[in-house]
Write a protein that binds this ligand. Structure first.
Ligand code: UD1
Ligand code: CA
Length: 475
């Protein structure tokens, strides 16, 4: 992230106010770091700014600045967002003044966003910027709220023009009854913002520099226009209830969009992140979670309770209930679950079957291979048409390092086998049930490590007789 003078690339710049601690989150972490549908809160306005091609994008950070900055770099790349530090939260006006210092010498329109208002649409913000540009005015976003308590109220003159905004704590009884509120999102010429924020005073109920004081200033100079926004879009995140209700709204929007060509059996219970892609004719069951860069091919069925993270599912695959897959690749026509756990680095080829209580990690299974029951496959390369019997375990860890198991095409691994890695089972080799394989098995060979079986005839009766006689001979 650049800390010097950002380069102007367009005539739209964006200031993101995000210095607040978020006291009502009752959290050890800055509010901006809390995750909202797989993305930190602070990234939402950054994404909006990027969509509008705003540059520079300046974030005013305070509480846990270093951590928030790190997250911004990880998410959006070095240099995308210029960070300005506000060590003491002296108000929105003060924050903007600091942000503007990072735009020294820059002329154009400045869009002001909040770090904690994630639902604003691109359309709304485009309209706001357009309004400001049309007349070189200050454009403000306002909303009608049935319960306006806590928000700044929009004061209009007799002709209906915006005359100013008065904060809830400074408002008179009459002003408090106004239901049109200030959403706190603005677009204005940089020159006006510089001038207007240079002369703010903290003489108000909160002793802060109110950014809202610039509205009356604009009304008597460059003019103010308003753009209305729905209550839903302007929703801010101040506490954990609001965090989850905003997350629900974001999720609902995504599911509605994907639900046009995929069937969500119970859309209310699906959790789908923004980066997920789903092809046609996919069926999604109840309580399904799809995260990260998950991709689902045509005709796939994802049954109830599946949780997929950064996982690719090939066309026509069938994921039975409660399959959990992370950073995995599931081939076309594969059948997985119920209760399968595919850990990072799993690659299932076409038509592979992985059944219940099977765990895989960094393992590849070739076309048509099967591991249907109670198995652990770690650091394993399996060829085509291999059958892995119930209870097979790859012993891939010796306490110090992970080692590889290779099972070649057409091999048959009997039930309850331990494959002690590093080890290779050759093509079409047969491992008899209950084996502990500690050396490579040759192509087509039978491997058997069974202890000799002994049978003692009449044993049960002899033992029973001993105990029964004792019991009856006792007084
Ligand atoms: C502000 C508006 C109010 C509007 C409301 C909408 C002012 C004075 N009031 O009120 O009219 O109805 O937003 O939500 O602007 N921030 C900083 N540094 C500061 C103070 C705030 O970065 O010194 C950031 C916060 O992290 C937050 C945003 O600015 O993201 C808004 O601050 P907040 O305290 O929520 O503003 P309100 O007092 O609610
Ligand atoms: Ca707020």
């Amino acid at each position: 992230m650049s800390r010097g003078q950002p380069k102007a690339k367009t005539d739209l710049a964006c200031l993101i106010l995000a210095a607040g601690k978020g006291t009502r989150m009752y959290s050890g972490r800055a509010k901006m770091l809390h995750q909202l549908l797989g993305m930190p809160l602070v990234s939402y306005p950054v994404e909006r700014a990027l969509e509008l091609h705003a540059s520079p994008i300046v974030a005013v950070l305070g509480f846990q600045r270093a951590e928030v900055e790190k997250v911004l770099i990880a998410r959006h790349g070095q240099g995308t967002v210029t960070v300005v530090e506000q060590t003491e939260q002296k108000g929105t006006g003060h924050a903007v003044r600091l942000g503007l210092a990072a735009l020294r010498g820059w002329e154009g329109t400045v869009l002001i966003l909040y770090g904690d208002v994630p639902l604003l649409s691109r359309e709304t913000l485009t309209a706001l910027v357009k309004k400001s540009r049309q007349g070189g005015t200050l454009a403000i976003l306002t909303a009608e709220l049935a319960r306006p308590h806590g928000y700044g109220r929009v004061i209009r003159d007799s002709r209906g023009h915006v005359a100013g905004v008065v904060e809830d704590k400074d408002a008179s009884e009459d002003q408090r009854r106004i239901t049109e509120v200030n959403a706190g999102i603005y677009a204005a010429p940089a020159a006006f913002l510089r001038q207007a924020t240079a002369r703010l005073s903290p003489r108000n109920a909160q002793g802060e520099l109110y950014l809202t004081d610039i509205i009356a200033k604009a009304a008597s100079s460059i003019g103010v226009v308003s753009v209305t926004v729905s209550t839903e879009e302007m929703a801010g995140v101040n506490d954990r209830q609001q965090l989850v209700s905003v997350e629900k709204i974001l999720c609902r929007r995504i599911v509605e969009q994907l639900g046009k060509h995929a069937t969500f059996r119970d859309p209310e219970t699906a959790l789908v992140e923004a980066g997920v892609a789903i092809d046609e004719d996919v069926e999604i069951g109840r309580n399904v979670v799809l995260r990260g860069r998950t991709r689902i091919g045509a005709g796939v069925r994802v049954d109830d309770g599946c949780i997929l993270t950064d996982t690719e599912v090939g066309a026509g695959a069938n994921l039975l209930p409660y399959t959990v897959a992370t950073q995995s690749c599931i081939g076309p026509g594969a059948k997985v679950g119920p209760f399968a756990h595919l850990r990072p680095g799993t690659e299932l080829g076409p038509e592979v079957h992985v059944g219940n209580f099977v765990e895989t990690k960094k393992s590849r299974l070739g076309r048509g291979s099967k591991a249907n029951h109670l198995t652990y496959l770690g650091d394993t390369i399996i060829g085509e048409r291999v059958n892995v019997g119930a209870g097979t375990i790859t012993c891939n860890y010796n306490g110090y390092e992970k080692r590889q198991t290779i099972i070649e095409d057409g091999a048959f691994i009997g039930s309850d086998t331990q494959l002690v890695a590093p080890v290779r089972v050759g093509k079409r080799a047969v491992v008899a049930a209950g084996a502990t394989i500690t050396e490579d098995i040759r192509d087509g060979a039978l491997a058997i490590t069974r202890a000799p079986l002994t049978q003692v005839d009449g044993y049960a009766d002899r033992v029973a007789a001993r105990y029964t006689n004792k019991a009856t001979s006792k007084p």
